[in-house]
Design a protein around this ligand. Structure first.
Ligand SMILES: [Zn+2]
Ligand SMILES: [Zn+2]
Length: 170
């Protein structure tokens, strides 16, 4: 999902200037300073990402509460989320965009987990899938979802199958 927000446009313009669209050395210097600050803040927010995913995207924290928590304005946190591609859940939105969509595989939270997390069993970061604890694939409450890599996932299901065999044999 690609969403262009107002904040993104503000990022694009300085980049054009830095690329040498008729500017003097002073501007270049200033742009480099801005770029450094931007990278620093990007790294900072990347560290906070798991917390934001947990409390806000998957949890019931509001944008206001999140902004309060980090000591920034609501507008500021909105820009940060947009930059990181985290959908905001405002009251006016319904369905998948609010991150608490009940139905299956296309929900935001589901995708966020697959894209951003690592296998909870071995820590692998690729070939991830979502395992449903209760095997009900429409139950996407966060506590029912586990991020696993493909191999850990198939191992888990094989193990379950054997356990079932044993249980029915005895
Ligand atoms: Zn794994
Ligand atoms: Zn599974």
């Amino acid at each position: 999902m690609i969403r262009v927000e107002h904040g993104d446009m503000l990022q694009v313009i300085p980049r054009l200037v830095a690329d040498g669209v008729g500017c003097d050395a002073g501007v270049h210097k200033q742009q480099r300073g801005n770029e450094k600050r931007r990278q620093k803040s990007a790294a900072l927010w990347a560290n906070r990402r798991p917390e934001i995913d947990r409390l806000y995207s998957a949890g019931d924290w509001s944008l206001a509460r999140l902004a309060d928590h980090y000591g920034v304005s609501q507008q500021g946190i909105g820009k940060v989320l947009a930059r990181m591609g985290i959908p905001t859940k405002s009251k006016g939105r319904s369905g998948e965009q609010n991150g608490r969509f009940k139905d299956g595989s296309q929900s935001t939270i589901y995708r966020t987990m697959v894209e951003k997390d690592a296998c909870s069993s071995c820590g692998a970061c690729s070939d991830l899938c979502i395992h449903h604890n209760d095997d009900n694939h429409t139950n996407n409450t966060p506590s029912n979802l586990v991020v696993l890599c493909m191999s850990c996932h198939s191992r888990l299901h094989k193990q379950r199958w054997w356990d079932n065999q044993k249980a029915s044999a005895s």
